[in-house]
Design a protein around this ligand. Structure first.
Ligand SMILES: Nc1ncnc2c1ncn2[C@@H]1O[C@H](COP(=O)(O)OP(=O)(O)OP(=O)(O)O)[C@@H](O)[C@H]1O
Length: 234
């Protein structure tokens, strides 16, 4: 069922924003991309951020993910105030706590699906041992790509590539998984599969998922829908 987030609901929160503002440019060219956003993202739920082009969805997501700094207000993820971190600390924080899925999959073409999935852990200096391989296999199984682990991205369909990208984002067990228009490059049948897998990541793995989308159909897969307009949640 799709519901709108009720502020102050008694649910554990994975991340929150308070009075978040962001302004681009100066003078006549000034754009108020965020105009005082308050938001709680419930843990283990799939939240969709919707709204027309230019309403501030990407800006909000980038601020919540620690990819961009807000002009004012606070962002708290997993109990950490992101405003208190310098650039280096923010990079480490993102690596340890946040996963990303993009419209364009962004898999490395020379690596197999299995190698792509464990890459974030390798980059973080983790040894690829049996426990890692087991988790990678469990994720690939949940996402329906366990039989494709030895294949390179070019040998996979768009939907399979996106499901590998989701497994790669989940391998680090991030507090938050952000999906930015994850079905933008997929046909409607494949989109439905990917959205179903994002929903299962929340329901079966307890993963907090935040998806930015233009598409009303995509948002129907989410537990909660946040609608933005002109830099505000409406
Ligand atoms: N780097 C930037 N410099 C100047 N203005 C920007 C910048 N990034 C975003 N904006 C402006 O801020 C506003 C919000 O942009 P944002 O990308 O967050 O919207 P959006 O809802 O994600 O749009 P879309 O659905 O088209 O991606 C828009 O008016 C946009 O033009």
């Amino acid at each position: 069922m799709t519901t709108t987030i009720r502020q102050g609901a008694q649910e554990p929160v994975a991340a929150s924003a308070r009075d978040l503002t962001k302004t681009y440019g100066r003078g006549d060219a000034q754009v108020h991309a965020l105009r005082g956003v308050d938001l709680d993202l419930p843990r283990g739920r799939f939240t969709a951020i919707m709204g027309p082009s230019g309403s501030g969805k990407s800006t909000l997501m980038h601020c919540l993910a620690g990819l961009d700094q807000a002009g004012g207000g606070t962002v708290t993820v997993a109990g950490t105030d992101l405003g208190s971190l310098d650039d280096d600390a923010l990079t480490i924080f993102r690596r340890e706590h946040v996963g990303f899925v993009f419209q364009s999959f962004n898999l490395l073409p020379m690596l197999t699906a299995g190698e792509n999935i464990v890459l974030p852990l390798e980059l973080g200096g983790r040894r690829i041992d049996d426990a890692v391989r087991e988790r990678a296999h469990m994720l690939a199984d949940t996402l329906g790509v366990a039989d494709r682990l030895g294949h390179r991205p070019a040998e996979l369909s768009g939907g399979q590539q996106q499901r590998v990208a989701i497994a790669r984002a989940l391998i680090t067990q991030p507090d938050l998984l952000f999906a930015d228009e994850p079905t933008g490059n997929l046909d409607s049948t494949t989109s439905a599969e990917v959205l179903d897998h994002l929903r299962r990541s929340a329901r079966e793995l307890g993963q907090t998922v935040v998806m930015v989308t233009h598409e009303r159909d995509a948002a129907t897969y989410a537990d909660c829908v946040v609608t933005m307009q002109d830099g505000r949640i409406v």
